[in-house]
Each structure stands twice: as C-alpha cells, then as structure tokens.
Ligand binder design. Structure first.
Ligand code: UT7
Length: 352
C-alpha cells in the first residue's frame, strides 16, 4: 500500500522582533514614532491573546511572501536531502499573495530555479489559517494515487505590510506576524495503516465568510477597486476586518470537534500521539481547546507567544521550532487541528 511520508520540514521567520511595547508606536511603514499611533499595550495584548512579540519582514519593497516561502522551502528540501529539481508539485497556502494573480506558487517555483523544468505543477490554495491541513489532504491524495511523487507544501505569510496601524485596526493588527513553514512529502510502500499521514479532515461553513475577511476589491462592482488611500471611509477595504468574538467561539468549536473526530475515526488515544499542534491564532483559544477536548497539557506545542499568528505557516513553523529545541523528534506522531477564515477548519494525524 502506498502511503504519504513526511520527507523534510523547514521554517523561516524574519529577523526583526516587534514586541508588544513597540507596537503602539509603529506607523504603517513599521517606523517607530515618538508619539503613540495606536492605543494598545502589552498587558491588553498578553491577557487577551498570549502574544508577547512577533516577527516583521522589512517594509522597503525588497521582500515578498514568496521570499519567505523560499527560505522555508530550501530548509525543508535540505532536511529531505532533495534538490528543488526533484519536486513535481508545489502547493502553497497564503492569504497575503505576492500579487492578485498569478498565484504565489509560481513565483516560488521560479525563485527555486525550477521554472524552466515544466515538470512541477503549482497550486495556490486559499484556506487561510486552515491551509496546512487542507494542503496536506490534497498532497496525501495526490501521492496515494501516484499523481505526484515529491510535493512541497508551503504556508507563507507577509502580514505586516497589510495591517492597519491605528485604533481602527488594532484588534487584528496585534495578532499577526510574518513567517513561513514548509514540508516535503513523498510516497512510501508500507502495510502499516498508522504510518505516515494517517488521517486528514477538512471542513467549511461559508456562512462565516464575512466574519473575518480582507476585501481589497469587489469584482461584482464597477469600479471594482474604489478606494483612496487618504480617505478613511474608502481605504477600509485595504485592511482585514474581523468579528473577533464570533471567530473565537467558532474556532474553539471547530478545533475541538475536529480533534475529537480525528481520534474517534482512527481509534487512537492520547497515548498513541506525542504532540498536539493547534493553529496559532490566540493562546486563549488553544487553552480552551485543550481544556474542552481534555488534551494532556504536556503534549501541547505553541509558538504564538513569540511568532503571533502566521496563518498558513503556523503548524509547520511550530513543529519545526520545537524540533529545533529538541522536543519533537523524527518518528513522533502529531495531531494538528486548525481553524480559519471562511470559516474553514480540519485536523490531521501524521508521523514526522
Ligand atoms: O486564525 C483565526 C484568526 N483570528 C482569531 O482567531 C481571533 C479570534 N478572536 C480573538 O482572538 C479575540 O476576539 C481578540 C483578541 C481579537 C479580541 O479579544 P476580546 O476579548 O474578544 O476583546 P473585544 O473585541 O471584546 O474587545 C474588548 C475591548 C474593546 O473595547 P470596549 O468596547 O470594551 O471599550 C475593544 O475596542 O478591547 C478593545 N480592544 C483593544 N484594546 C487595546 C480591541 N483591540 C484592542 C487592542 N488593544 N489591540
């Protein structure tokens, strides 16, 4: 039986650390001002979200999402002892694409130096914070059917360029950070039904679509782009909007349900799973999920405290971070559950 194996893992975050103390003084160019630009503070942010700091990419036009993806991809390929030319498929999840179209996967393919090969299919997926689990489900199906043999699954986000650094945007702005995580996946021949990627589930409820969104434009309307960067009313479209409480409640519900279903459908218990890696949106969401789903505390891995929410990147980034700290090891079984804009959610169980 062909099953999907994780061949390599890698991640990348920009060097610049932005603390909660610095956040109120930053302007839209990430420049520190003398006067406070946003009324927020370390105590509020830590109490409501658990976040202490996050990483920002330079805001000088030199870095795009595909650059963050490239660094994580190179590390995952090195970990898999493979070259970029070995890839026959890239699946890239982001909500901060380099440009509107084409998708960001083709920019990554070019930066990997394999654009001329024509043997590497490129997919962009748009499942926001759930992209890793959705992408893993796609990759697993492709590999088990023999469609592709070396898949690079990447989640990459450059949030800091598209946040609103003032009171109107503060509920969203304090949450997000920049970063990327990547996995290389391939086939293995095995009779063990628990080996490799054992389980994936993906769900959606479009009635929550406008509880967390970023418009930029509305194709139904003419002009479909109708904003003036200097007009407060009309520049609203440029920034993400969120009904935080609805997202919070639905996130807890979706992650608890998908975690419990993952265990019930595979027949595994927490003794069979080394690590629980939830999406990193808010430490309070994760603590609630752990409490309600009765997950052993010593199996939970978080990075939100120092990376914030990096959306599509959080799960591979968190696993890789804790692997570098020596906690997570090759052969460990991981249960991951995610929730994001859409609403979308899901879970996966796989062996690293
Ligand atoms: O991956 C999915 C992505 N997003 C999420 O999962 C986010 C889910 N939601 C949340 O994490 C929380 O709802 C937030 C952290 C965003 C907000 O926490 P909350 O406990 O739901 O606060 P709230 O929205 O009820 O706001 C409470 C107060 C309000 O002031 P008033 O009306 O009570 O005077 C807000 O205006 O806090 C104010 N507030 C802030 N104050 C300081 C909102 N944002 C900030 C801020 N700093 N950054």
């Amino acid at each position: 039986m062909i099953r999907t194996k994780v061949l390599g893992l890698g991640s990348y975050v920009p060097d610049r650390v932005v603390t909660n103390e610095e956040i109120p003084f930053l302007d839209g160019r990430h420049v520190r001002q003398q006067t406070q630009q946003t009324e927020t503070n370390d105590q509020w942010i830590q109490q409501r979200t658990g976040i202490k700091e996050r990483r920002y990419a330079p805001n000088d036009g030199s870095v795009a999402t595909s650059d963050l993806a490239l660094e994580a991809a190179k590390r995952a390929l090195a970990d898999a002892h493979l070259q970029a030319g070995d890839l026959d498929c890239i699946i890239l999840g982001t909500l901060s694409p380099d440009i509107h179209f084409p998708g960001t996967a083709v920019f990554l393919q070019k930066k990997l130096g394999i654009a001329q090969s024509t043997n590497c299919a490129c997919f962009d997926i748009r499942q926001q914070c759930s992209a890793f689990v959705y992408g893993l489900q796609m990759a697993d199906a492709f590999i088990r059917t023999g469609m592709y043999k070396r898949i690079l699954l990447v989640g990459a986000e450059l949030h800091s360029h598209a946040l609103e650094y003032n009171n109107r945007g503060r509920d969203v702005m304090v949450l997000f950070g920049d970063g990327a995580g990547a996995m290389v996946l391939g086939p293995m021949e095995t009779d063990d039904p628990r080996a490799g990627v054992m389980y994936t589930s993906a769900h959606a409820d479009g009635s929550g679509a406008l509880d967390l969104y970023l418009k930029i434009f509305e194709i139904a309307k003419l002009p479909y782009l109708d904003y003036d960067a200097t007009d407060r009313e009309r520049n609203e479209f440029m920034y993400p909007k969120m009904d935080g409480k609805r997202v919070f409640l639905n996130a807890v519900r979706g992650m608890v349900m998908s975690t419990q279903a993952a265990l019930a459908k595979t027949g595994l218990g927490w003794d069979d799973v080394q690590w629980f890696v939830p999406h990193q949106a808010n430490l309070r969401i994760n603590e609630k999920v752990v409490e309600v789903a009765k997950i052993p505390h010593d199996k939970v891995l978080n990075t939100i405290q120092f990376y914030g929410n990096t959306t599509a990147a959080t799960v591979p980034l968190t696993i890789d971070y804790w692997r570098q700290q020596g906690k997570v090891k090759r052969g460990d079984r991981i249960l991951s559950s995610v929730f994001g804009s859409g609403f979308t959610w899901g879970a996966a169980i796989f062996t690293l």
